[in-house]
Design a protein around this ligand. Structure first.
Ligand SMILES: Nc1ncnc2c1ncn2[C@@H]1O[C@H](COP(=O)(O)OP(=O)(O)OP(=O)(O)O)[C@@H](O)[C@H]1O
Ligand SMILES: [Mg+2]
Length: 355
């Protein structure tokens, strides 16, 4: 069992934002209490600045969680009052979010870094869920490099219905999935988009508000790569039920996946599960060559206590399916590759619906 002193020592690593001194030396950590299955910490700040509160809260939570593996309750006292986590009243990022009528669950697909297969997992999971009888939408939030239209093989512009303030976009339906992407609204897919933060938020907000999603069991949201401010704000803009984190074994072994997990945790989005993509390459002889290693995703899931949704090896058919606009789950649901995604969908449903 960890001691209060050990926790205090670990917290010395955290510098007060903008200073080189640790928060311990600033006497910000007023109390550390060891509870039966959690740790309670009291922080006393002399500022109401949101950035500072969030940075300290997250830092303290991460360090203690990594040290003890236990949930951390942080009570922050600032000049304007006391807030505790979760359910923080002072800085509640959820306040501005609203749910979409008719949409039961909005689920983000995220990762710690780019190119690990978020979009591939999003399209195949969406199609696999349709195969399970679910009503599914897929929102491409990758404003800079939308790849969903290509991977889903959707072309053409969404129709606009209504007039004036009542105008809304009709998503394009492909393989039973309702698809919306900024890519569908651009004249030329090659045009690089230069967006500033506030514009991105506005665009995403409009995708949620002014798109006629209809009744959906799941709206999957393919997030852009990275864990920066844009991604964080997206998570706050979209009223998420939870997130699925995609990792490669290598990303897992290097700890990069923790960034993706951390990003969702930071905005209090429940992690529905972790998918390990690119879990080795299956040769035509059926042998698995662990190009990026193997098993890291599962190990990380176990370590953090999150559900593991499955492994997807590298298959040529997955890549060509993406390039040709026919996800492997649609073209070959019975193939090994197709089955991998179907299993992930089943595991996902188990987690969300206890099926
Ligand atoms: N299991 C797999 N087998 C074969 N190819 C794969 C697999 N997963 C992804 N790929 C390929 O890897 C490339 C990157 O995948 P994808 O675009 O889905 O990643 P991403 O995380 O969405 O990337 P970005 O961060 O740029 O949005 C694509 O060409 C895709 O077809
Ligand atoms: Mg992508």
């Amino acid at each position: 069992m960890v001691t209060v002193e050990e926790i205090r020592r670990a917290l010395e690593q955290i510098k007060y934002p903008g200073y080189s001194r640790s928060i311990i030396s600033f006497n910000i950590v007023r109390e550390i209490r060891l509870k039966e299955d959690s740790i309670e910490v009291e922080l006393q700040l002399t500022t109401d600045k949101e950035e500072v509160i969030t940075a300290l809260r997250n830092g303290v939570e991460r360090i203690i969680a990594e040290l003890t593996g236990l949930p951390v309750n942080i009570v922050v006292t600032t000049p304007s009052g006391t807030t505790s986590s979760p359910g923080n009243q002072n800085i509640n990022p959820f306040e501005q979010r609203s749910s979409i009528p008719g949409v039961k669950n909005i689920v983000a697909v995220a990762s710690g870094k780019g190119g690990v297969g978020k979009s591939t997992v999003s399209v195949n999971l969406a199609c696999a869920l349709v195969g399970k009888g679910k009503k599914v939408g897929l929102l491409d939030c990758d404003i800079y490099g939308p790849s969903i239209p290509l991977m889903m093989g959707v072309k053409g512009q969404p129709q606009i219905k209504g007039e004036g303030a009542e105008e809304y976009l009709i998503p394009l339906t492909q393989y039973g999935v309702k698809v919306m992407s900024i890519g569908l609204l651009m004249d030329d897919a090659e045009t690089p988009m230069i967006w500033r933060g506030p514009l991105i938020m506005k665009a995403v907000q409009q995708f949620l508000t002014y798109v006629e999603w209809g009744d959906l069991d799941y709206l999957l949201v393919d997030l852009p790569p990275g864990t920066g401010d844009a991604q964080l704000s997206l998570c706050q803009t979209v009223p998420l039920t939870g997130g699925v984190v995609v990792t490669t074994p290598q990303e897992a072994s290097l700890g990069v996946v923790r960034r993706g997990i951390g990003m969702l945790e930071q905005v209090q989005v429940p992690i529905l599960g972790i998918v390990e993509n690119m879990s080795g390459f299956i040769t035509p002889e059926g042998e698995n060559i662990p190009i990026f290693g193997k098993g890291g995703g599962k190990a990380e899931a176990e370590r953090k206590g999150y559900p593991f949704l499955g492994e997807i090896p590298l298959y040529v058919s997955v890549r060509t399916g993406g390039d040709q606009g026919v996800p492997v789950v649609v073209s070959a649901p019975e193939s090994d590759a197709g089955k991998c995604f179907v299993r992930v969908a089943e595991e996902f449903l188990k987690q969300v619906e206890n099926e």
